[in-house]
Design a protein around this ligand. Structure first.
Ligand code: NAP
Length: 522
Protein backbone atom coordinates (compact mmCIF):
# COMPACT_ATOMS: atom_id res chain seq x y z
CA UNK A 1 0.00 0.00 0.00
CA UNK A 2 1.49 3.34 -1.09
CA UNK A 3 1.28 5.92 1.69
CA UNK A 4 -0.57 9.03 0.59
CA UNK A 5 0.38 12.56 1.36
CA UNK A 6 -2.61 14.34 2.86
CA UNK A 7 -2.66 18.11 3.05
CA UNK A 8 -5.01 19.82 5.49
CA UNK A 9 -7.03 22.75 4.17
CA UNK A 10 -7.63 24.88 7.23
CA UNK A 11 -9.33 27.99 5.90
CA UNK A 12 -11.68 30.53 7.48
CA UNK A 13 -13.76 31.00 4.32
CA UNK A 14 -14.31 29.54 0.89
CA UNK A 15 -11.96 31.94 -0.93
CA UNK A 16 -9.11 31.18 1.41
CA UNK A 17 -9.87 27.47 1.01
CA UNK A 18 -9.66 27.86 -2.77
CA UNK A 19 -6.20 29.42 -2.48
CA UNK A 20 -4.99 26.68 -0.14
CA UNK A 21 -6.35 23.91 -2.38
CA UNK A 22 -4.51 25.41 -5.34
CA UNK A 23 -1.25 25.53 -3.37
CA UNK A 24 -1.72 21.97 -2.09
CA UNK A 25 -2.29 20.67 -5.63
CA UNK A 26 0.75 22.47 -6.97
CA UNK A 27 2.92 21.15 -4.13
CA UNK A 28 1.93 17.55 -4.89
CA UNK A 29 -0.81 16.57 -2.42
CA UNK A 30 -2.34 13.09 -2.91
CA UNK A 31 -5.38 13.79 -0.71
CA UNK A 32 -6.99 16.96 0.59
CA UNK A 33 -8.30 17.04 4.13
CA UNK A 34 -10.99 19.71 4.38
CA UNK A 35 -10.84 20.80 8.01
CA UNK A 36 -14.32 22.25 8.11
CA UNK A 37 -14.01 23.06 11.81
CA UNK A 38 -11.81 26.02 10.71
CA UNK A 39 -14.60 27.51 8.53
CA UNK A 40 -16.45 30.48 9.98
CA UNK A 41 -20.27 30.37 9.79
CA UNK A 42 -20.11 26.67 9.00
CA UNK A 43 -23.19 25.22 7.27
CA UNK A 44 -24.00 22.30 4.98
CA UNK A 45 -24.15 24.39 1.81
CA UNK A 46 -20.68 25.79 2.43
CA UNK A 47 -19.19 22.31 2.68
CA UNK A 48 -21.10 21.03 -0.35
CA UNK A 49 -19.82 23.98 -2.37
CA UNK A 50 -16.27 23.35 -1.24
CA UNK A 51 -16.47 19.69 -2.27
CA UNK A 52 -18.06 20.61 -5.60
CA UNK A 53 -15.27 23.11 -6.25
CA UNK A 54 -12.63 20.41 -5.72
CA UNK A 55 -14.52 17.84 -7.77
CA UNK A 56 -15.31 20.13 -10.68
CA UNK A 57 -11.75 21.17 -11.33
CA UNK A 58 -10.11 20.24 -14.61
CA UNK A 59 -6.93 19.32 -12.70
CA UNK A 60 -6.14 15.85 -11.37
CA UNK A 61 -9.03 14.65 -9.21
CA UNK A 62 -7.84 14.48 -5.63
CA UNK A 63 -9.69 12.39 -3.06
CA UNK A 64 -11.16 14.36 -0.16
CA UNK A 65 -11.31 13.69 3.56
CA UNK A 66 -13.86 15.83 5.34
CA UNK A 67 -13.18 16.42 8.99
CA UNK A 68 -15.12 18.56 11.44
CA UNK A 69 -12.98 18.04 14.48
CA UNK A 70 -14.42 18.20 17.98
CA UNK A 71 -12.67 21.00 19.92
CA UNK A 72 -11.81 18.48 22.64
CA UNK A 73 -9.81 16.52 20.05
CA UNK A 74 -7.97 19.51 18.60
CA UNK A 75 -10.78 21.18 16.62
CA UNK A 76 -10.53 24.88 15.78
CA UNK A 77 -14.06 26.30 16.29
CA UNK A 78 -16.34 24.74 18.89
CA UNK A 79 -19.26 23.61 16.72
CA UNK A 80 -22.06 21.50 18.28
CA UNK A 81 -21.96 17.76 17.86
CA UNK A 82 -25.17 17.65 15.83
CA UNK A 83 -23.87 20.08 13.21
CA UNK A 84 -20.56 18.25 12.96
CA UNK A 85 -22.30 14.93 12.31
CA UNK A 86 -24.63 16.55 9.74
CA UNK A 87 -21.62 18.03 7.98
CA UNK A 88 -19.98 14.59 7.68
CA UNK A 89 -23.18 12.96 6.43
CA UNK A 90 -23.66 15.75 3.87
CA UNK A 91 -20.03 15.44 2.79
CA UNK A 92 -20.51 11.76 1.94
CA UNK A 93 -23.59 12.63 -0.08
CA UNK A 94 -21.66 15.35 -1.91
CA UNK A 95 -19.00 12.84 -2.98
CA UNK A 96 -16.26 13.02 -0.33
CA UNK A 97 -14.23 9.80 -0.40
CA UNK A 98 -13.53 9.85 3.35
CA UNK A 99 -14.98 11.35 6.49
CA UNK A 100 -13.02 11.52 9.73
CA UNK A 101 -14.98 11.17 12.96
CA UNK A 102 -13.76 10.88 16.55
CA UNK A 103 -13.90 7.32 17.87
CA UNK A 104 -14.91 8.58 21.34
CA UNK A 105 -17.93 10.38 19.87
CA UNK A 106 -18.78 7.52 17.56
CA UNK A 107 -19.21 5.08 20.45
CA UNK A 108 -20.95 7.42 22.87
CA UNK A 109 -23.68 9.26 21.02
CA UNK A 110 -26.57 8.94 18.62
CA UNK A 111 -24.34 10.40 15.86
CA UNK A 112 -23.20 6.85 15.11
CA UNK A 113 -26.57 6.01 13.59
CA UNK A 114 -26.49 8.97 11.22
CA UNK A 115 -22.91 8.26 10.21
CA UNK A 116 -23.63 4.57 9.59
CA UNK A 117 -26.72 5.46 7.54
CA UNK A 118 -24.79 7.99 5.44
CA UNK A 119 -22.03 5.43 4.88
CA UNK A 120 -24.51 2.78 3.79
CA UNK A 121 -26.01 5.21 1.27
CA UNK A 122 -22.65 6.21 -0.16
CA UNK A 123 -21.20 4.03 -2.90
CA UNK A 124 -17.53 4.67 -2.03
CA UNK A 125 -17.35 6.83 1.10
CA UNK A 126 -15.10 5.48 3.87
CA UNK A 127 -14.94 6.23 7.58
CA UNK A 128 -11.75 7.16 9.40
CA UNK A 129 -12.25 6.66 13.13
CA UNK A 130 -9.73 8.80 14.88
CA UNK A 131 -8.47 9.29 18.38
CA UNK A 132 -5.89 11.82 19.57
CA UNK A 133 -3.90 12.19 22.75
CA UNK A 134 -2.45 15.69 22.97
CA UNK A 135 -0.69 14.99 26.28
CA UNK A 136 1.23 11.76 25.99
CA UNK A 137 1.20 8.15 24.76
CA UNK A 138 -1.97 6.02 24.88
CA UNK A 139 -2.11 3.59 27.82
CA UNK A 140 -2.29 0.62 25.48
CA UNK A 141 -2.23 1.58 21.82
CA UNK A 142 -2.62 -2.01 20.59
CA UNK A 143 -5.77 -2.53 22.64
CA UNK A 144 -7.22 0.80 21.48
CA UNK A 145 -6.53 -0.13 17.86
CA UNK A 146 -8.41 -3.43 18.27
CA UNK A 147 -11.30 -1.70 20.07
CA UNK A 148 -11.76 0.72 17.16
CA UNK A 149 -11.85 -2.13 14.68
CA UNK A 150 -14.28 -4.09 16.87
CA UNK A 151 -16.71 -1.20 16.88
CA UNK A 152 -16.43 -0.67 13.13
CA UNK A 153 -14.39 -3.27 11.22
CA UNK A 154 -14.68 -1.33 7.93
CA UNK A 155 -13.24 1.87 9.44
CA UNK A 156 -9.68 3.07 8.97
CA UNK A 157 -8.36 3.47 12.54
CA UNK A 158 -6.40 6.64 13.15
CA UNK A 159 -4.39 6.81 16.37
CA UNK A 160 -2.34 9.93 16.95
CA UNK A 161 -0.49 10.90 20.12
CA UNK A 162 2.13 13.34 21.30
CA UNK A 163 5.62 11.89 21.60
CA UNK A 164 7.18 13.78 24.49
CA UNK A 165 10.47 12.15 23.56
CA UNK A 166 11.64 10.47 20.37
CA UNK A 167 11.65 7.19 22.31
CA UNK A 168 7.83 7.43 22.54
CA UNK A 169 7.61 6.84 18.77
CA UNK A 170 8.59 3.19 18.93
CA UNK A 171 5.13 2.03 20.10
CA UNK A 172 3.62 3.63 16.99
CA UNK A 173 6.27 1.96 14.82
CA UNK A 174 5.57 -1.43 16.44
CA UNK A 175 1.85 -1.18 15.81
CA UNK A 176 2.42 -0.25 12.18
CA UNK A 177 4.87 -3.12 11.84
CA UNK A 178 2.49 -5.65 13.41
CA UNK A 179 -0.58 -4.68 11.36
CA UNK A 180 -1.20 -4.46 7.66
CA UNK A 181 -4.76 -3.16 7.23
CA UNK A 182 -5.33 0.45 6.22
CA UNK A 183 -4.44 2.45 9.34
CA UNK A 184 -3.10 5.85 10.28
CA UNK A 185 -0.67 5.90 13.17
CA UNK A 186 1.94 8.53 13.95
CA UNK A 187 3.09 10.93 16.66
CA UNK A 188 2.78 14.67 17.10
CA UNK A 189 5.27 17.11 18.58
CA UNK A 190 8.98 17.63 17.95
CA UNK A 191 9.68 14.15 19.37
CA UNK A 192 7.29 12.61 16.84
CA UNK A 193 8.64 14.26 13.70
CA UNK A 194 10.35 11.14 12.36
CA UNK A 195 7.13 9.14 12.65
CA UNK A 196 5.52 11.44 10.08
CA UNK A 197 8.31 10.63 7.62
CA UNK A 198 8.68 6.93 8.46
CA UNK A 199 4.92 6.49 8.05
CA UNK A 200 5.72 5.75 4.40
CA UNK A 201 8.40 3.17 5.13
CA UNK A 202 6.01 1.41 7.53
CA UNK A 203 3.02 1.40 5.18
CA UNK A 204 0.79 3.86 7.02
CA UNK A 205 -2.33 4.74 4.99
CA UNK A 206 -1.40 8.41 4.92
CA UNK A 207 0.72 11.08 6.54
CA UNK A 208 0.01 14.78 6.76
CA UNK A 209 2.04 17.75 5.61
CA UNK A 210 1.07 21.40 5.53
CA UNK A 211 1.29 23.91 2.68
CA UNK A 212 3.57 26.06 4.83
CA UNK A 213 4.46 26.57 8.51
CA UNK A 214 1.59 29.02 9.01
CA UNK A 215 -1.00 26.48 7.90
CA UNK A 216 0.13 23.53 10.04
CA UNK A 217 -2.84 22.00 11.85
CA UNK A 218 -0.97 19.89 14.41
CA UNK A 219 2.24 20.19 16.43
CA UNK A 220 5.27 18.87 14.58
CA UNK A 221 3.59 18.77 11.17
CA UNK A 222 6.15 19.14 8.36
CA UNK A 223 5.65 21.26 5.27
CA UNK A 224 5.15 19.46 1.93
CA UNK A 225 8.32 21.15 0.70
CA UNK A 226 10.39 19.67 3.51
CA UNK A 227 8.75 16.26 3.42
CA UNK A 228 9.19 15.87 -0.33
CA UNK A 229 12.37 17.90 -0.85
CA UNK A 230 14.46 17.49 2.27
CA UNK A 231 13.20 14.06 3.37
CA UNK A 232 12.82 12.39 -0.03
CA UNK A 233 9.23 11.30 0.62
CA UNK A 234 8.64 10.11 -2.93
CA UNK A 235 11.65 7.75 -2.78
CA UNK A 236 10.87 6.10 0.56
CA UNK A 237 9.71 2.48 0.53
CA UNK A 238 9.85 -0.51 2.86
CA UNK A 239 13.48 -1.22 1.87
CA UNK A 240 14.80 2.28 2.57
CA UNK A 241 17.91 2.23 4.77
CA UNK A 242 17.94 4.75 7.58
CA UNK A 243 20.62 7.15 8.80
CA UNK A 244 20.34 10.22 10.97
CA UNK A 245 21.96 12.78 13.18
CA UNK A 246 21.47 12.30 16.92
CA UNK A 247 21.54 15.70 18.58
CA UNK A 248 19.78 18.13 20.90
CA UNK A 249 18.89 20.58 19.48
CA UNK A 250 18.74 19.15 15.98
CA UNK A 251 16.48 21.59 14.13
CA UNK A 252 19.32 23.69 12.73
CA UNK A 253 21.58 20.81 11.73
CA UNK A 254 22.70 20.98 8.11
CA UNK A 255 23.46 17.25 8.02
CA UNK A 256 20.02 16.01 6.85
CA UNK A 257 20.15 18.40 3.89
CA UNK A 258 23.65 17.46 2.76
CA UNK A 259 23.38 13.69 3.24
CA UNK A 260 19.94 13.48 1.64
CA UNK A 261 21.14 15.60 -1.29
CA UNK A 262 24.00 13.13 -1.79
CA UNK A 263 21.69 10.10 -1.47
CA UNK A 264 19.55 11.75 -4.13
CA UNK A 265 22.58 12.49 -6.29
CA UNK A 266 23.61 8.82 -6.15
CA UNK A 267 20.02 7.57 -6.38
CA UNK A 268 20.47 5.52 -3.22
CA UNK A 269 17.49 4.14 -1.36
CA UNK A 270 18.65 5.79 1.84
CA UNK A 271 17.11 8.41 4.09
CA UNK A 272 18.83 10.66 6.63
CA UNK A 273 16.69 11.83 9.57
CA UNK A 274 17.00 14.50 12.25
CA UNK A 275 16.98 12.49 15.50
CA UNK A 276 16.17 14.74 18.43
CA UNK A 277 17.39 12.77 21.45
CA UNK A 278 16.76 14.92 24.51
CA UNK A 279 18.24 14.10 27.91
CA UNK A 280 21.46 12.43 28.97
CA UNK A 281 23.21 9.13 28.55
CA UNK A 282 20.26 7.00 29.64
CA UNK A 283 17.99 8.57 27.01
CA UNK A 284 20.69 8.19 24.37
CA UNK A 285 21.24 4.52 25.30
CA UNK A 286 17.52 3.91 25.29
CA UNK A 287 17.12 5.47 21.83
CA UNK A 288 19.91 3.38 20.30
CA UNK A 289 18.64 0.25 22.00
CA UNK A 290 15.10 0.81 20.65
CA UNK A 291 16.32 1.74 17.17
CA UNK A 292 18.74 -1.18 16.81
CA UNK A 293 16.61 -3.94 18.32
CA UNK A 294 14.03 -3.28 15.57
CA UNK A 295 16.07 -4.58 12.66
CA UNK A 296 13.12 -3.97 10.33
CA UNK A 297 13.64 -0.23 10.79
CA UNK A 298 16.95 -0.77 9.02
CA UNK A 299 19.07 1.89 10.75
CA UNK A 300 22.57 1.63 9.20
CA UNK A 301 24.43 4.59 10.67
CA UNK A 302 24.31 7.74 12.75
CA UNK A 303 26.04 11.07 12.93
CA UNK A 304 26.29 12.16 16.55
CA UNK A 305 26.73 15.67 17.82
CA UNK A 306 26.18 17.87 20.90
CA UNK A 307 25.52 16.65 23.57
CA UNK A 308 25.93 12.94 22.79
CA UNK A 309 29.43 12.42 21.35
CA UNK A 310 30.79 10.98 24.60
CA UNK A 311 27.63 8.92 25.09
CA UNK A 312 28.10 7.45 21.63
CA UNK A 313 31.63 6.35 22.42
CA UNK A 314 30.56 4.87 25.76
CA UNK A 315 27.69 2.96 24.14
CA UNK A 316 29.95 1.29 21.59
CA UNK A 317 32.56 0.46 24.22
CA UNK A 318 29.96 -1.15 26.50
CA UNK A 319 28.42 -3.07 23.61
CA UNK A 320 31.94 -4.30 22.70
CA UNK A 321 31.90 -2.78 19.27
CA UNK A 322 34.89 -1.37 17.39
CA UNK A 323 36.23 2.06 18.41
CA UNK A 324 38.65 3.88 16.11
CA UNK A 325 41.82 4.53 18.17
CA UNK A 326 41.80 8.30 17.68
CA UNK A 327 38.11 8.53 18.61
CA UNK A 328 39.11 6.72 21.79
CA UNK A 329 41.89 9.26 22.40
CA UNK A 330 39.58 12.21 21.68
CA UNK A 331 36.99 10.65 24.00
CA UNK A 332 34.16 11.32 21.57
CA UNK A 333 32.59 9.68 18.52
CA UNK A 334 30.61 11.59 15.91
CA UNK A 335 29.88 8.64 13.61
CA UNK A 336 28.33 5.25 14.38
CA UNK A 337 28.05 2.45 11.86
CA UNK A 338 25.70 -0.48 12.23
CA UNK A 339 27.17 -3.65 10.71
CA UNK A 340 25.05 -6.33 9.00
CA UNK A 341 25.28 -8.38 12.20
CA UNK A 342 24.12 -5.38 14.26
CA UNK A 343 27.63 -4.77 15.67
CA UNK A 344 28.51 -1.12 16.12
CA UNK A 345 31.60 0.79 15.03
CA UNK A 346 32.51 4.26 16.36
CA UNK A 347 34.56 6.85 14.48
CA UNK A 348 35.44 10.50 14.77
CA UNK A 349 35.42 12.29 11.43
CA UNK A 350 35.80 15.78 12.99
CA UNK A 351 39.57 15.52 13.30
CA UNK A 352 39.94 13.93 9.86
CA UNK A 353 37.72 16.63 8.36
CA UNK A 354 39.84 19.36 9.93
CA UNK A 355 43.15 17.75 8.97
CA UNK A 356 42.00 17.33 5.37
CA UNK A 357 40.86 20.98 5.29
CA UNK A 358 44.30 22.04 6.58
CA UNK A 359 46.38 19.91 4.21
CA UNK A 360 44.26 20.85 1.20
CA UNK A 361 44.20 24.54 2.18
CA UNK A 362 47.97 24.66 2.81
CA UNK A 363 48.69 22.36 -0.14
CA UNK A 364 50.81 20.04 1.99
CA UNK A 365 50.75 16.34 2.82
CA UNK A 366 49.84 15.07 6.30
CA UNK A 367 53.52 14.21 6.82
CA UNK A 368 54.35 17.93 6.57
CA UNK A 369 52.24 18.60 9.67
CA UNK A 370 55.07 17.04 11.66
CA UNK A 371 56.80 19.83 13.62
CA UNK A 372 54.43 22.55 12.30
CA UNK A 373 53.93 25.34 14.91
CA UNK A 374 50.17 25.73 15.43
CA UNK A 375 48.15 28.12 17.62
CA UNK A 376 44.77 26.66 18.55
CA UNK A 377 42.18 29.06 19.98
CA UNK A 378 39.59 27.37 22.20
CA UNK A 379 39.59 24.29 24.40
CA UNK A 380 36.13 22.82 23.79
CA UNK A 381 34.98 19.78 21.81
CA UNK A 382 36.18 20.86 18.36
CA UNK A 383 39.51 22.03 19.73
CA UNK A 384 39.97 18.67 21.44
CA UNK A 385 39.40 16.73 18.21
CA UNK A 386 41.75 18.98 16.22
CA UNK A 387 44.44 18.98 18.93
CA UNK A 388 44.27 15.16 19.08
CA UNK A 389 44.53 14.88 15.29
CA UNK A 390 47.34 17.42 14.98
CA UNK A 391 49.45 16.05 17.84
CA UNK A 392 49.01 12.59 16.34
CA UNK A 393 50.48 14.06 13.15
CA UNK A 394 53.36 15.60 15.14
CA UNK A 395 52.40 19.30 15.12
CA UNK A 396 53.72 21.64 17.85
CA UNK A 397 50.65 23.16 19.46
CA UNK A 398 49.95 26.06 21.79
CA UNK A 399 46.37 26.29 23.07
CA UNK A 400 44.85 29.71 23.86
CA UNK A 401 41.61 29.81 25.84
CA UNK A 402 39.47 32.19 27.89
CA UNK A 403 39.14 29.69 30.74
CA UNK A 404 42.78 28.97 31.41
CA UNK A 405 42.17 25.73 33.39
CA UNK A 406 40.57 24.17 30.33
CA UNK A 407 43.52 25.14 28.16
CA UNK A 408 45.86 23.77 30.82
CA UNK A 409 44.03 20.42 31.09
CA UNK A 410 43.86 19.93 27.33
CA UNK A 411 47.50 20.91 26.94
CA UNK A 412 48.55 18.47 29.67
CA UNK A 413 46.63 15.63 28.05
CA UNK A 414 48.18 16.13 24.61
CA UNK A 415 51.55 17.45 25.69
CA UNK A 416 51.08 20.99 24.30
CA UNK A 417 51.76 24.52 25.52
CA UNK A 418 48.97 26.81 26.65
CA UNK A 419 48.25 30.50 27.27
CA UNK A 420 45.34 32.83 28.08
CA UNK A 421 43.25 33.89 25.09
CA UNK A 422 44.52 37.47 25.14
CA UNK A 423 48.22 36.67 25.62
CA UNK A 424 49.11 37.23 21.98
CA UNK A 425 52.50 38.94 22.29
CA UNK A 426 54.27 35.63 21.83
CA UNK A 427 52.02 34.44 18.97
CA UNK A 428 54.40 32.68 16.59
CA UNK A 429 52.66 30.10 14.46
CA UNK A 430 52.52 28.97 10.87
CA UNK A 431 48.93 27.84 11.31
CA UNK A 432 46.32 29.60 13.45
CA UNK A 433 43.04 27.82 14.12
CA UNK A 434 39.94 29.32 15.68
CA UNK A 435 38.01 26.65 17.57
CA UNK A 436 36.05 29.10 19.73
CA UNK A 437 32.59 30.30 18.77
CA UNK A 438 33.85 33.90 18.57
CA UNK A 439 32.74 35.46 15.28
CA UNK A 440 29.84 33.06 14.85
CA UNK A 441 26.43 34.36 13.75
CA UNK A 442 24.99 36.65 15.09
CA UNK A 443 28.17 38.06 16.68
CA UNK A 444 29.84 38.52 13.32
CA UNK A 445 31.74 41.67 14.37
CA UNK A 446 33.87 39.68 16.86
CA UNK A 447 37.22 38.04 16.24
CA UNK A 448 39.41 35.92 18.54
CA UNK A 449 42.63 37.47 17.13
CA UNK A 450 42.88 41.22 16.37
CA UNK A 451 44.21 41.88 12.87
CA UNK A 452 47.54 43.32 14.02
CA UNK A 453 48.55 39.81 15.15
CA UNK A 454 47.89 38.22 11.77
CA UNK A 455 51.12 37.98 9.80
CA UNK A 456 52.13 37.10 6.26
CA UNK A 457 53.35 33.51 6.07
CA UNK A 458 50.62 32.29 8.42
CA UNK A 459 47.58 30.25 7.36
CA UNK A 460 44.35 31.14 9.16
CA UNK A 461 41.74 28.43 9.63
CA UNK A 462 38.39 29.34 11.19
CA UNK A 463 36.24 26.36 12.15
CA UNK A 464 33.20 28.65 12.45
CA UNK A 465 31.12 28.13 9.29
CA UNK A 466 28.23 30.47 9.94
CA UNK A 467 29.09 32.92 8.40
CA UNK A 468 31.34 31.27 5.85
CA UNK A 469 33.63 34.30 5.91
CA UNK A 470 34.16 35.43 9.49
CA UNK A 471 35.78 38.70 10.50
CA UNK A 472 38.95 36.72 11.27
CA UNK A 473 39.06 35.43 7.68
CA UNK A 474 38.15 38.84 6.24
CA UNK A 475 41.02 40.46 8.17
CA UNK A 476 43.42 37.77 6.98
CA UNK A 477 42.34 38.12 3.35
CA UNK A 478 42.87 41.89 3.48
CA UNK A 479 46.47 41.16 4.46
CA UNK A 480 46.71 38.55 1.69
CA UNK A 481 47.13 35.78 4.22
CA UNK A 482 46.07 32.26 3.21
CA UNK A 483 42.67 31.23 4.71
CA UNK A 484 40.67 28.04 5.24
CA UNK A 485 36.98 28.31 6.10
CA UNK A 486 34.81 26.22 8.42
CA UNK A 487 32.67 24.91 5.57
CA UNK A 488 35.70 22.99 4.26
CA UNK A 489 35.99 21.17 7.56
CA UNK A 490 32.24 20.63 7.75
CA UNK A 491 32.08 19.24 4.23
CA UNK A 492 35.17 17.05 4.79
CA UNK A 493 33.78 15.49 7.95
CA UNK A 494 30.47 14.89 6.17
CA UNK A 495 32.34 13.38 3.20
CA UNK A 496 34.17 11.04 5.59
CA UNK A 497 30.86 10.08 7.21
CA UNK A 498 29.25 9.50 3.82
CA UNK A 499 32.11 7.22 2.84
CA UNK A 500 31.76 5.27 6.08
CA UNK A 501 27.99 5.05 5.65
CA UNK A 502 27.89 4.01 2.00
CA UNK A 503 31.40 2.94 1.02
CA UNK A 504 31.20 5.43 -1.85
CA UNK A 505 32.38 9.03 -2.18
CA UNK A 506 29.86 11.83 -1.73
CA UNK A 507 29.87 14.91 -3.90
CA UNK A 508 31.84 17.67 -2.09
CA UNK A 509 30.70 20.44 -4.47
CA UNK A 510 27.08 19.49 -3.92
CA UNK A 511 27.61 19.39 -0.15
CA UNK A 512 29.22 22.84 -0.16
CA UNK A 513 26.41 24.24 -2.30
CA UNK A 514 23.75 22.82 0.02
CA UNK A 515 25.52 24.30 3.07
CA UNK A 516 25.96 27.73 1.41
CA UNK A 517 22.32 27.78 0.27
CA UNK A 518 21.13 27.04 3.79
CA UNK A 519 23.31 29.50 5.66
CA UNK A 520 21.70 32.89 6.22
CA UNK A 521 22.89 35.54 3.77
CA UNK A 522 25.40 37.92 5.35
P1 NAP B 1 32.44 24.16 22.95
O1 NAP B 1 32.88 22.80 23.35
O2 NAP B 1 31.26 24.75 23.64
O3 NAP B 1 33.69 25.15 23.13
C1 NAP B 1 33.53 26.52 22.91
C2 NAP B 1 34.88 27.21 22.96
O4 NAP B 1 34.68 28.57 22.61
C3 NAP B 1 35.52 27.19 24.35
O5 NAP B 1 36.90 27.16 24.21
C4 NAP B 1 35.06 28.54 24.91
O6 NAP B 1 35.92 29.05 25.90
C5 NAP B 1 35.13 29.41 23.69
N1 NAP B 1 34.28 30.57 23.76
C6 NAP B 1 32.92 30.61 23.59
N2 NAP B 1 32.48 31.87 23.71
C7 NAP B 1 33.56 32.65 23.97
C8 NAP B 1 33.73 34.04 24.19
N3 NAP B 1 32.71 34.88 24.16
N4 NAP B 1 34.98 34.49 24.43
C9 NAP B 1 36.02 33.66 24.46
N5 NAP B 1 35.94 32.32 24.25
C10 NAP B 1 34.71 31.82 24.01
O7 NAP B 1 32.09 24.23 21.41
P2 NAP B 1 32.72 23.34 20.22
O8 NAP B 1 31.84 22.17 20.00
O9 NAP B 1 34.15 23.13 20.48
O10 NAP B 1 32.50 24.31 18.97
C11 NAP B 1 33.27 25.48 18.81
C12 NAP B 1 33.01 26.12 17.46
O11 NAP B 1 33.44 25.24 16.43
C13 NAP B 1 31.51 26.32 17.19
O12 NAP B 1 31.13 27.59 17.61
C14 NAP B 1 31.37 26.14 15.69
O13 NAP B 1 31.30 27.39 15.05
C15 NAP B 1 32.63 25.44 15.30
N6 NAP B 1 32.32 24.11 14.71
C16 NAP B 1 32.71 23.89 13.44
C17 NAP B 1 32.48 22.67 12.85
C18 NAP B 1 32.89 22.45 11.45
O14 NAP B 1 32.71 21.34 10.93
N7 NAP B 1 33.43 23.43 10.79
C19 NAP B 1 31.87 21.64 13.57
C20 NAP B 1 31.48 21.90 14.88
C21 NAP B 1 31.72 23.14 15.44
P3 NAP B 1 35.74 28.69 27.46
O15 NAP B 1 36.39 27.36 27.64
O16 NAP B 1 36.37 29.79 28.17
O17 NAP B 1 34.24 28.62 27.68
Amino acid sequence: METKLAVPIAARNIDQAGEQIKSARTAGADILELRTDYLENLNLDLVKKLIADVKNTSDKKLPIIVTCRDKRQGGAIDYPQKLRVDILAAALKAGAEFIDFEYENFISIEGQEKIRLALSQSSRGRLILSTHNFETKFDNIGKLYRKILNVCPIAIPKLIYVANHINDCFEAFDLLHQTSAERIIFCMGAGGLISRILAKKLGCFLTFASIDELNATAPGQLTIKNLKGLYRFDCIDTQTQLYGVIADPVGHSLSPAIHNACFDDKQMNNLYLPLLVEGGRQDFDSFLHHALMRKWLNFRGFSVTIPHKQNALAYVRVSRGYVEPLAQKIGAANTLLVGPDGKLEAYNTDYAGALDAITTGMKISRAKLNGLPVAVFGAGGVSRAIVAGLTDAGAQIKIYNRTIEKAQNLAAEFNCEFAPLDDLKSLEAKLLINCTSIGMHPNVEATPVPKEFLKRGMTIFDTVYNPAETLLLKDAKKKRIKTIDGISMFVNQAMAQFKLFTDTDGNPDLMRKVVCDLLPAE
